[in-house]
Design a protein around this ligand. Sequence first.
Ligand code: PEP
Length: 251
Amino acid sequence: MRKPFIAGNWKMNNTRAAARELVAALKPLVADVKDVEIAVAPTFTCLQDVSELIKGSNIELSAQNISYAASGAYTGEISADMLKDVGCTHAIIGHSERRQYFGETDEGVAKRVRAALDNGIIPIVCVGESLAERESGKTFDVVLRQIVNGLSSVKNDEAARVVVAYEPVWAIGTGKTATPDQAQEVHAAIRAKLAEIFGADNAEAMRIQYGGSVKASNAKELLGQKDIDGALVGGASLKAADFAEIIKAAR
Ligand code: PEP
């Protein structure tokens, strides 16, 4: 039985004061939730503040990215060690915005996933097709290629720790959501591919989140699908009440 996992990707939003306010508002709203894993992913500058506020709570801390390198001459990068030092347990890797605007590749994703696993950080690995790719019938080719290449550094006995987020690019921040059937179809294909790579038992244990304009009004139906084990939430995670409603829909 996979425990549902809801993570909030705050993207490049919130100063430290706003981040503190948001997490302080969220904490009491979800304090009684035990059957859903919860994480928030603030910007790097807010990690320390949020880390202090969530200590002892049921909210975990995720970074929005992680360096593949351990230390040294990598200007602008943040290492796994540094993330652990500030209390991160998770890192989002290969988000479509990283791929689209910052040239992130499947090869880079695989290296970042390796760095995360080597340091006890759970990678949330994002995959998803663009609108053009969907419309030209390439959804499965693209997503499954991202899975194979992006997870190429994962050993079989590590697979169960890895979280995959299927996020169709055309649904991110657009207000357009994949229908539950569309999402389930891709999630099932991802799980079948994971079974091919890591074996059926590992694939059954791996969580596959859906992301793309998830909100309180569509969460229940999406999360009710057999292979949808949670959500990676962008916009709606910036309001404590909205995010809490999505978390409760996963119960
Ligand atoms: C995301 O950033 O991962 C995301 C899914 O964003 P939104 O929920 O705003 O579409």
